[in-house]
Design a protein around this ligand. Sequence first.
Ligand SMILES: Cc1cc2nc3c(=O)[nH]c(=O)nc-3n(C[C@H](O)[C@H](O)[C@H](O)COP(=O)(O)O)c2cc1C
Length: 405
Amino acid sequence: MASLGFTRQINSSVAEFPATRPRRRRSCGFRRDRVGFRVFAQAAAAEPDLSVTVNGLTMPNPFVIGSGPPGTNYTVMKRAFDEGWGAVIAKTAGANGSAKGQIIGWQNIELISDRPLEIMLKEFKQLKEEYPDRILIASIMEEYNKLGGGLIDRVEQTGIDAIEVNFSCPHGMPERKMGAAVGQDCALLEEVCGWINAKATVPVWAKMTPNITDITQPARVSLQNGCEGIAAINTIMSVMGINLDTLRPEPCVEGYSTPGGYSAKAVHPIALAKVMSIAKMMKQEFGDKEYSLSAIGGVEKGSDAAEFILLGANTVQVCTGVMMHGYGLVKKLCSELQEFMKKHNFSCIEDFRGSSLEYFTTHMDLVRRQQEAIRERKAVKKGLQSDKDWTGDGFVKESESMVSN
Ligand SMILES: Cc1cc2nc3c(=O)[nH]c(=O)nc-3n(C[C@H](O)[C@H](O)[C@H](O)COP(=O)(O)O)c2cc1C
């Protein structure tokens, strides 16, 4: 592992399932009901179907190992398949590869894999031979002018199912125009996506950095230039703190530090916002075309995944969650997601994917809606007519009457 250091941040807040009431229902692509096998069909219908198909790749569930330490080598990726993960994205490869309490945030200053590329390719090949039906995705990052070169051919020859291009590593050698340095520069990104997609014969996902003002811009450029999917988000640029005794920043390596990438529960709300923006853009501008969205950031519970899917994600990646809870986490994620689906009577992922997206609007529109609601209440003599009507005794009731939901 090319690890330089991790820092964890501890807290104790707990998020609950959102109370959503999606209105529309879509047909499930993988209904297992079969005429003539009534008993079997009834028994199968009891458990919601978690299988998904994205860019032609079918997975038993939407849970994907996100690129990072949990996909470092053959042994751990094999373990992920054995535990039942829907797909595995390997640790990012490049051509020159050589607590206690509740953790809410995690910082890393890890670079891409320093394992020799030859060994990684051999391991991909072995995994695909042993698990031909499971989805293995290679993650690659290279200097921008080398990405169209031999790396894609060599990776594809192993039999992997898709490629995720890491346009997002926050500490991925920006001076060599790698990682986020490409993802933050739409002109460069356009060029690089063009090269990659002229070569690649498997689906390509572009992994986005959140360290940019408008994440929809690189997502749009990637899709316009041949990528089949978007993955978001990579880690958020962060400084964990300053040691007030030594006056040195943390994490400290030989007295010095560098901003790192923040992940885990603390980044989940930020990831939700970024995924929401991308999903809206994809829906408005790319419609029903077969593009996919893979959401990442702070997933530890089935409810975290349900939120991403309600925003339009096809798959949900987990990286730090696996480092904290182990590969068996996928079983808990699947059963919690199924519980949520049962509660709402959803029989498959497509029944609720994207259902919450339509409830996002502008701040201006919220003000307009609230004013309209207050006007309506006034019309039926509910709520306060004006500020002079507030009383001390009925204050709580009067406040309630002004609340819009
Ligand atoms: C220690 C560590 C190493 C990571 N290495 C990679 C990497 O090699 N390639 C990549 O695309 N993302 C990498 N990531 C980012 C994760 O895949 C993921 O996008 C991010 O951590 C947010 O998800 P999480 O909260 O589930 O960890 C790494 C994250 C961590 C914490």
